[in-house]
Design a protein around this ligand. Sequence first.
Ligand code: FES
Length: 341
Amino acid sequence: MAATNIEVWQQATVIETTAVTEHIKRIVLRPDLPRRADPGSHIDVKVNLPSSTQGEALKRSYSVVESANDGARLTVSVFRAPSSRGGSVAMHALQVGDTLEVTQPLQNFPLRIGAPRYLLLAGGIGITAIAAMARVLRELHADYTLVYAGRSRAAMAYLDDLQQLHGRQLVAHINDEGTNLDVASLVAALAPDTELYMCGPIRLMDSVRRSWLEKQLDPANLRFETFGNSGWYAPQEFTVRIPRLGISTTVSPDRSMLEALEDAGADMMFDCRKGECGLCEVRVLRLEGAIDHRDVFYSDRQQKAGEKICCCVSRVASVGAVGGAVQGPEQGLPGIVIEVP
Ligand code: FES
């Protein structure tokens, strides 16, 4: 059976780990309840924090880079963020034989077969959500181009393998080689019936969305995976308060505001936890710093207004040199005061 959207948790055993770049590790899992992972699917993982004495776990989502046909082997690749103090550090510490709790493959970034032509666009670790799509399109002899952008060859996971597999179908843009991606030109050159699938940093995806709108291409042909994990500012610690509920807590750089509020006892609404559905929306009453909107739910105008925030992915940052520093009311941190529905 293929991936669905029903969350079924199971145990999985680590059967292989390999460093594919300095900061990216490839981890192969053998799940207890195998299910095939179609291109675009991901698994959620419960990651135990190394510092936790109470079995505290974070939930993280990772794209399935490769899967055996029957799902008996699932490969994910994990980027260890320099600022991480939890999730990705714990994933990188996994050893062969360790077990962890994972979902069966979940699908909310499906590849539609049958489009006249495809552009697959990956920025950095976003290649993990795109690689399996490219493989399938190649097998189907579809008309596709895989565009892969990154800082340097050494930082781009699987680049050599992809070049070997896709040949001229792969176009690499590598910043330190001076071949930076020009998003506006890329989108301007597209045939109107192209379907574009992308995953990468929010700035890249934002820029593609703008060019897409400018060119008046069909919004239904622009599909993306977010994982809500990259923003305009590096993640910082900040405070969040809900006066009506008497809740005041600190959000560490490796936790989301939603997770911190849940830990503090707030009964929060949510669904995707990826900045896509808007269900976790909260109202901003006061702000000490800048909102780092990391969702794809609000329009530019709504994000600029700053009246609401998707608390599953968006954060607060002290703006420092960008627009003047503002200190938070507690512990010198940036902060936000909110109301929940
Ligand atoms: S839970 Fe979907 S946007 Fe936050």
